[in-house]
Design a protein around this ligand. Structure first.
Ligand code: BTN
Length: 250
Protein backbone atom coordinates (compact mmCIF):
# COMPACT_ATOMS: atom_id res chain seq x y z
CA UNK A 1 0.00 0.00 0.00
CA UNK A 2 1.85 3.13 -1.22
CA UNK A 3 0.77 6.75 -1.01
CA UNK A 4 2.08 10.18 -1.99
CA UNK A 5 4.46 12.10 0.29
CA UNK A 6 3.02 13.01 3.69
CA UNK A 7 3.33 16.44 5.28
CA UNK A 8 6.89 15.70 6.45
CA UNK A 9 7.88 14.62 2.92
CA UNK A 10 7.94 10.84 3.44
CA UNK A 11 6.36 8.26 1.14
CA UNK A 12 4.96 5.70 3.58
CA UNK A 13 4.50 2.07 2.67
CA UNK A 14 2.90 -0.27 5.22
CA UNK A 15 3.42 -3.99 4.76
CA UNK A 16 2.02 -6.80 6.89
CA UNK A 17 5.18 -8.90 7.04
CA UNK A 18 8.75 -8.91 5.79
CA UNK A 19 12.08 -10.41 6.63
CA UNK A 20 13.62 -6.99 7.27
CA UNK A 21 12.40 -3.48 6.44
CA UNK A 22 16.03 -2.55 5.72
CA UNK A 23 16.09 -5.22 2.98
CA UNK A 24 12.80 -3.87 1.58
CA UNK A 25 14.26 -0.36 1.39
CA UNK A 26 17.54 -1.56 -0.11
CA UNK A 27 15.54 -3.38 -2.83
CA UNK A 28 13.40 -0.30 -3.45
CA UNK A 29 16.58 1.77 -3.69
CA UNK A 30 17.82 -0.56 -6.44
CA UNK A 31 14.52 -0.02 -8.25
CA UNK A 32 14.99 3.78 -8.14
CA UNK A 33 12.64 4.69 -5.25
CA UNK A 34 12.90 8.34 -4.20
CA UNK A 35 14.37 9.99 -1.13
CA UNK A 36 12.02 9.66 1.84
CA UNK A 37 10.57 6.25 0.91
CA UNK A 38 9.61 4.69 4.24
CA UNK A 39 8.68 1.05 4.82
CA UNK A 40 6.99 0.02 8.04
CA UNK A 41 6.21 -3.61 8.71
CA UNK A 42 3.67 -4.97 11.16
CA UNK A 43 5.75 -8.11 11.53
CA UNK A 44 9.46 -8.56 10.89
CA UNK A 45 10.68 -12.15 10.75
CA UNK A 46 14.42 -11.62 10.26
CA UNK A 47 15.11 -8.19 11.74
CA UNK A 48 18.80 -7.33 11.72
CA UNK A 49 20.80 -5.47 14.32
CA UNK A 50 24.34 -4.18 14.50
CA UNK A 51 27.32 -6.55 14.25
CA UNK A 52 25.29 -9.33 12.63
CA UNK A 53 22.87 -9.65 15.53
CA UNK A 54 19.15 -10.20 15.16
CA UNK A 55 16.48 -7.72 16.19
CA UNK A 56 13.49 -9.06 18.07
CA UNK A 57 10.08 -7.42 17.55
CA UNK A 58 6.37 -8.00 18.08
CA UNK A 59 3.51 -6.79 15.81
CA UNK A 60 1.65 -4.49 18.23
CA UNK A 61 4.43 -3.96 20.72
CA UNK A 62 7.16 -2.72 18.36
CA UNK A 63 7.67 0.01 15.82
CA UNK A 64 9.86 -1.34 13.01
CA UNK A 65 10.56 0.78 9.95
CA UNK A 66 13.27 1.88 7.54
CA UNK A 67 13.71 5.09 5.58
CA UNK A 68 15.54 5.43 2.29
CA UNK A 69 17.62 8.56 1.98
CA UNK A 70 19.33 9.69 -1.21
CA UNK A 71 22.29 11.59 0.26
CA UNK A 72 22.95 15.01 -1.23
CA UNK A 73 26.56 16.02 -1.98
CA UNK A 74 26.59 18.44 0.98
CA UNK A 75 25.77 15.44 3.21
CA UNK A 76 28.58 13.20 1.91
CA UNK A 77 31.07 14.35 4.58
CA UNK A 78 28.50 13.55 7.28
CA UNK A 79 27.30 10.05 6.43
CA UNK A 80 28.60 8.72 9.76
CA UNK A 81 26.11 11.02 11.49
CA UNK A 82 23.02 9.30 10.05
CA UNK A 83 22.84 6.61 12.76
CA UNK A 84 22.81 9.32 15.40
CA UNK A 85 20.15 11.15 13.37
CA UNK A 86 17.67 8.35 14.09
CA UNK A 87 18.60 8.38 17.79
CA UNK A 88 18.27 12.17 18.01
CA UNK A 89 14.83 12.20 16.36
CA UNK A 90 13.49 9.60 18.81
CA UNK A 91 15.11 11.28 21.81
CA UNK A 92 13.41 14.56 20.89
CA UNK A 93 10.01 12.89 20.54
CA UNK A 94 10.36 11.14 23.88
CA UNK A 95 11.37 14.30 25.71
CA UNK A 96 9.20 16.89 23.92
CA UNK A 97 6.03 14.89 23.30
CA UNK A 98 6.08 12.49 26.22
CA UNK A 99 8.05 14.31 28.95
CA UNK A 100 10.61 11.49 29.27
CA UNK A 101 14.36 11.82 29.86
CA UNK A 102 16.03 9.77 27.10
CA UNK A 103 19.76 9.31 26.60
CA UNK A 104 21.60 8.48 23.39
CA UNK A 105 23.98 5.60 23.92
CA UNK A 106 26.72 5.92 21.32
CA UNK A 107 26.75 4.74 18.61
CA UNK A 108 23.17 3.63 17.86
CA UNK A 109 20.86 3.19 20.83
CA UNK A 110 18.32 5.18 22.81
CA UNK A 111 18.02 4.49 26.54
CA UNK A 112 15.25 5.23 29.02
CA UNK A 113 16.08 4.73 32.69
CA UNK A 114 19.28 2.98 31.59
CA UNK A 115 17.50 0.39 29.43
CA UNK A 116 17.78 0.10 25.66
CA UNK A 117 14.39 0.94 24.12
CA UNK A 118 15.53 1.47 20.54
CA UNK A 119 18.31 0.63 18.10
CA UNK A 120 19.26 2.05 14.70
CA UNK A 121 20.91 0.21 11.82
CA UNK A 122 22.21 2.21 8.84
CA UNK A 123 23.24 0.51 5.59
CA UNK A 124 24.63 2.33 2.56
CA UNK A 125 24.67 1.48 -1.14
CA UNK A 126 27.67 2.79 -3.08
CA UNK A 127 27.91 3.42 -6.83
CA UNK A 128 31.29 4.51 -8.21
CA UNK A 129 32.34 5.64 -4.72
CA UNK A 130 29.21 7.76 -4.38
CA UNK A 131 26.58 6.92 -1.72
CA UNK A 132 23.57 6.36 -3.96
CA UNK A 133 21.29 5.31 -1.11
CA UNK A 134 21.39 5.18 2.66
CA UNK A 135 18.84 3.13 4.57
CA UNK A 136 18.13 4.03 8.18
CA UNK A 137 16.29 1.25 10.00
CA UNK A 138 14.88 1.72 13.45
CA UNK A 139 13.26 -0.55 15.99
CA UNK A 140 11.47 0.77 19.08
CA UNK A 141 10.11 -1.35 21.94
CA UNK A 142 6.70 0.08 22.84
CA UNK A 143 5.94 -2.37 25.63
CA UNK A 144 7.59 -5.34 27.27
CA UNK A 145 6.12 -7.85 24.82
CA UNK A 146 8.68 -6.50 22.35
CA UNK A 147 11.68 -7.41 24.50
CA UNK A 148 14.11 -10.09 23.34
CA UNK A 149 14.60 -13.16 25.52
CA UNK A 150 17.03 -12.08 28.23
CA UNK A 151 19.77 -14.37 26.92
CA UNK A 152 19.67 -12.61 23.51
CA UNK A 153 19.96 -9.06 24.84
CA UNK A 154 23.53 -7.77 24.66
CA UNK A 155 22.49 -4.74 26.68
CA UNK A 156 19.60 -4.61 29.17
CA UNK A 157 16.44 -4.00 27.16
CA UNK A 158 13.39 -1.97 28.12
CA UNK A 159 10.34 -0.38 26.57
CA UNK A 160 8.61 3.00 26.44
CA UNK A 161 5.80 1.68 28.60
CA UNK A 162 7.98 -0.24 31.03
CA UNK A 163 10.54 2.52 31.63
CA UNK A 164 8.51 5.72 31.19
CA UNK A 165 4.80 4.78 31.25
CA UNK A 166 4.44 5.97 27.66
CA UNK A 167 1.41 4.42 25.97
CA UNK A 168 1.42 4.79 22.22
CA UNK A 169 0.89 2.80 19.04
CA UNK A 170 3.45 2.08 16.29
CA UNK A 171 1.75 4.42 13.78
CA UNK A 172 1.17 7.20 16.29
CA UNK A 173 4.82 7.13 17.39
CA UNK A 174 5.90 7.15 13.75
CA UNK A 175 3.77 10.26 13.09
CA UNK A 176 5.61 12.05 15.91
CA UNK A 177 8.95 10.86 14.57
CA UNK A 178 8.62 11.98 10.96
CA UNK A 179 8.93 15.75 11.48
CA UNK A 180 11.80 15.11 13.90
CA UNK A 181 13.60 12.96 11.34
CA UNK A 182 13.22 15.76 8.82
CA UNK A 183 14.43 18.38 11.30
CA UNK A 184 17.43 16.26 12.35
CA UNK A 185 18.36 15.81 8.71
CA UNK A 186 18.31 19.58 8.13
CA UNK A 187 20.58 19.96 11.17
CA UNK A 188 22.88 17.09 10.09
CA UNK A 189 25.60 19.10 8.28
CA UNK A 190 25.80 21.76 11.00
CA UNK A 191 27.77 21.95 14.28
CA UNK A 192 24.41 22.14 16.08
CA UNK A 193 23.78 18.49 15.24
CA UNK A 194 26.68 17.18 17.33
CA UNK A 195 25.92 19.74 20.06
CA UNK A 196 22.40 18.33 20.40
CA UNK A 197 23.71 14.76 20.50
CA UNK A 198 26.13 15.69 23.27
CA UNK A 199 23.42 17.31 25.40
CA UNK A 200 21.69 13.95 25.80
CA UNK A 201 24.66 11.59 25.54
CA UNK A 202 24.46 8.61 27.91
CA UNK A 203 27.31 8.12 30.43
CA UNK A 204 28.97 11.48 29.66
CA UNK A 205 31.89 11.94 32.07
CA UNK A 206 31.44 8.42 33.47
CA UNK A 207 33.80 5.42 33.39
CA UNK A 208 32.31 2.64 31.28
CA UNK A 209 33.49 -0.72 29.89
CA UNK A 210 34.04 -0.42 26.14
CA UNK A 211 34.32 -3.42 23.83
CA UNK A 212 36.08 -3.15 20.48
CA UNK A 213 36.57 -5.78 17.77
CA UNK A 214 40.08 -6.54 18.81
CA UNK A 215 40.08 -6.07 22.53
CA UNK A 216 38.18 -7.34 25.51
CA UNK A 217 36.42 -4.61 27.49
CA UNK A 218 38.61 -1.70 28.52
CA UNK A 219 37.56 1.02 30.91
CA UNK A 220 37.28 4.51 29.49
CA UNK A 221 35.82 7.80 30.64
CA UNK A 222 33.34 8.92 28.07
CA UNK A 223 33.97 12.52 26.98
CA UNK A 224 31.78 13.39 23.98
CA UNK A 225 30.84 12.54 20.41
CA UNK A 226 33.28 14.11 17.94
CA UNK A 227 32.36 15.95 14.71
CA UNK A 228 32.78 12.80 12.64
CA UNK A 229 30.44 10.78 14.86
CA UNK A 230 33.27 8.94 16.62
CA UNK A 231 33.60 8.85 20.41
CA UNK A 232 36.14 10.84 22.43
CA UNK A 233 37.18 8.75 25.41
CA UNK A 234 39.89 8.95 28.06
CA UNK A 235 41.82 5.78 28.82
CA UNK A 236 43.07 4.64 32.22
CA UNK A 237 46.48 6.02 31.16
CA UNK A 238 44.92 9.50 30.98
CA UNK A 239 45.25 9.70 27.18
CA UNK A 240 42.38 10.85 24.97
CA UNK A 241 41.53 8.86 21.87
CA UNK A 242 38.76 8.60 19.29
CA UNK A 243 36.86 5.35 19.06
CA UNK A 244 35.24 4.57 15.72
CA UNK A 245 33.92 1.07 16.18
CA UNK A 246 33.17 -0.01 19.70
CA UNK A 247 30.30 -0.73 22.03
CA UNK A 248 29.57 0.27 25.59
CA UNK A 249 28.95 -3.00 27.44
CA UNK A 250 26.09 -3.59 29.84
C1 BTN B 1 20.67 -2.55 16.87
O1 BTN B 1 20.31 -2.15 17.98
O2 BTN B 1 21.60 -3.36 16.75
C2 BTN B 1 19.98 -2.02 15.63
C3 BTN B 1 18.59 -2.58 15.51
C4 BTN B 1 17.88 -2.10 14.28
C5 BTN B 1 16.55 -2.79 14.10
C6 BTN B 1 15.73 -2.19 13.00
S1 BTN B 1 14.06 -2.77 12.99
C7 BTN B 1 13.79 -2.05 11.45
C8 BTN B 1 15.03 -2.24 10.63
N1 BTN B 1 15.01 -3.52 9.95
C9 BTN B 1 15.97 -4.33 10.37
O3 BTN B 1 16.17 -5.49 9.94
N2 BTN B 1 16.70 -3.74 11.31
C10 BTN B 1 16.23 -2.39 11.57
Amino acid sequence: MASGPDSAGFHQILIPETNSTNDECLNLADLGAPDGTLVRALRQTGGRGRSGRSWHSHPEASLTFSVLFRPQPREYPYLTRFTLLGCLALARVLSRNFGADPRIKWPNDVLLEGKKVSGVLVETLWQDEIPSALVLGMGVNLNDQALPPQADAVYPAGSLEGQAHIHTTPQSLLEYLLPELRRARELLPTPGFIEEINTCLAFKGEWVPLRTNTETALWVRLISVADDGSLWAEGEDGLLSRRYSAEISG
